[in-house]
Ligand binder design. Sequence first.
Ligand code: DAT
Ligand code: MG
Length: 151
Amino acid sequence: SNQERSFIMVKPEGVQRALVGEVIKRFEQRGFKLVGLKVLVPSKDIANVHYGEHEGKPFFPKLVGHITSGAVVAMVWEGKDIVKTGRAMIGATNPLASAPGTIRGDFAIDLGRNIVHGSDSVDSAQREIALWFSPDELAEYDPTVTPWIYE
Ligand code: DAT
Ligand code: MG
């Protein structure tokens, strides 16, 4: 379906390093559709739930502490195979292992400063979108370029 959605978030280091436009540009240029976007400083509660799969791991407290330390840009992007393609565009979790051309491979060095989050499955995407956005924060519209992107 061309309506698959992913939750993409520029983390505090990406906002501070002024990479918000760069991240948006890559998804826009690829042809994906932006359906939700907001800037906020995440609460401990939302961070704990967002990273719930990592609870109990040694890096969990640091991870939650970091993501709540500043402003993030939370987004929902839509398009064919967006979850898998978004992960490919973002690159490997450890930026030193991320290929050049990916967001992490172009802009990051350390694991805990890897610039951007992207959902890792369609199920996680649905969970994360529902966690970060209410339905009325997601826009319904038809981009006129659709037939020039999809055959
Ligand atoms: P990803 O962000 O690629 O989905 P993840 O879900 O495994 O990676 O982990 C979430 C974030 O936690 C990751 O972006 C950086 C941090 N992290 C992951 N593994 C870590 C580790 N072993 N030590 C420190 N931080 C880690
Ligand atoms: Mg993950």
